[in-house]
Design a protein around this ligand. Structure first.
Ligand code: PGA
Length: 247
């Protein structure tokens, strides 16, 4: 196990939240990351704030919430990996369930985005996760593994996985800890089969209603390499306890 894998990775996803006035929160989160230096911390503000957030970020990485698979062209409203890198992002989230649902992104599209990021020398946090019906029908593990295989880039360098059950996002509900453990074990096994030793070093984050109260228990689970946090990342007051739990 490499050092990198042993450090927990706590990533905040601000989604469509965050105005210039919220840069003070980014500064405070940056300061929390400095205090808890044994934890890797990152924040994905909306693209409009990436450059300004980057200027404040001394101890955290700044990422984007999505990127286009193509380097340039007639894609109104989209941003390429190179554009995001120039703005100050060192990685992007791809395949978040909200984009898979709202923008109808397929596994193929998600794979293209992660390939584009890695080709640009950036990181990619590739999200997978099942809907409640799939969980209830007992098919969560095979469903998520199929989603993973369909979305994985060819190369694993710079890759992070996030397991986010769709029904746990923004709902205050989380799976049984044993279900998180089962899924992360299965994902880890699949990554090792696909990438060998490099696959064993890929961090697998858990996401979905992580907060300061449940983070210690979730982060203690085998093969949980960190957390992808939405609502509780919007203020330093809520995000810092999660960073502290990862030490
Ligand atoms: P949540 O969102 O922490 O608000 O549940 C997690 C995510 O969507 O990444």
């Amino acid at each position: 196990m490499s050092d990198k894998r042993q450090r927990h990775y706590i990533v905040g996803n601000w989604k469509m939240n965050g105005m210039v006035a919220d840069l003070a929160q980014i500064e405070a989160i940056d300061n929390a990351a400095k205090v808890h230096g044994a934890v890797d911390v990152a924040l994905c503000p909306p693209s409009t704030l990436i450059a300004r957030a980057k200027a404040k970020a001394m101890h955290i990485r700044i990422g984007a919430q999505d990127c286009h698979a193509k380097p340039s062209g007639a894609h109104t409203g989209c941003l390429s990996a190179a554009m995001l890198a120039e703005a100050g992002a060192s990685f992007a989230i791809v395949g978040h369930s909200e984009r898979r649902a709202d923008q109808h992104e397929t596994d193929d599209a998600v794979r293209g985005k992660s390939e584009a990021l890695l080709a640009q020398g950036m990181g990619a946090i590739l999200c997978v996760g099942e809907a409640l019906e799939t969980r209830d029908s007992g098919q969560a593990v095979p469903f998520v593994l199929e989603q993973l295989h369909g979305s994985l880039p060819d190369n694993s360098d710079g890759l992070t996985i996030a397991y986010e059950p769709v029904w746990a996002i923004g709902t205050g509900r989380i799976p049984e800890l044993s279900d998180i453990a089962e899924m992360h074990q299965a994902l880890h096994g699949a990554l090792v089969r696909r990438f060998g030793d490099a696959g064993a070093a890929i961090r697998i984050l858990y996401g979905g209603s992580v907060n300061g109260d449940n983070a210690v228990d979730i982060l203690a689970i085998d093969h949980v390499g960190g957390a992808l946090v939405g609502g509780a990342s919007l203020t330093a007051a809520k995000f810092e306890p999660i960073i502290a739990a990862a030490r």
